[in-house]
Design a protein around this ligand. Sequence first.
Ligand code: ZN
Ligand code: ZN
Length: 141
Amino acid sequence: MNTYTDIPSQLRSLGFRMTPQRLVILQLLQEADCHLTPTEIYRLGADQLPGLTETTVYRTLAFLVDQGLVMASYTGRGQLEYEFAGRLHHHLICKGCHRSREIDHQPLADLYHCLQDATGYQVDSMHVTFFGLCPSCKGDR
Ligand SMILES: [Zn+2]
Ligand SMILES: [Zn+2]
């Protein structure tokens, strides 16, 4: 588990610098405590870092995902969304009303083990979005 304060030393131990861009983007994601699109991150970050470009946001996000500090997810809004990688969880999104809810990793842990045993893959996508119909949308049909 990452806590925000460990991150600069974590990066240094991997041989990376904590640049102002990385710092601002990590801070934004941690404070937001929800998913943000690169465009939202760019808008919020540009206030704090004049000269920030959307290209830099994309590049920085890709770097932070590679380091396991940020998680990306596909939530059907057309852009990948990003989130601070603090805890394992997944998402369930209703195709009818677009409401979403978080689900724990625990019920899926067995599935990950089965997949790994069956395929020999090291499955490391720990942030998955499931789509379906919520109870109230299901009842309407
Ligand atoms: Zn999430
Ligand atoms: Zn619904």
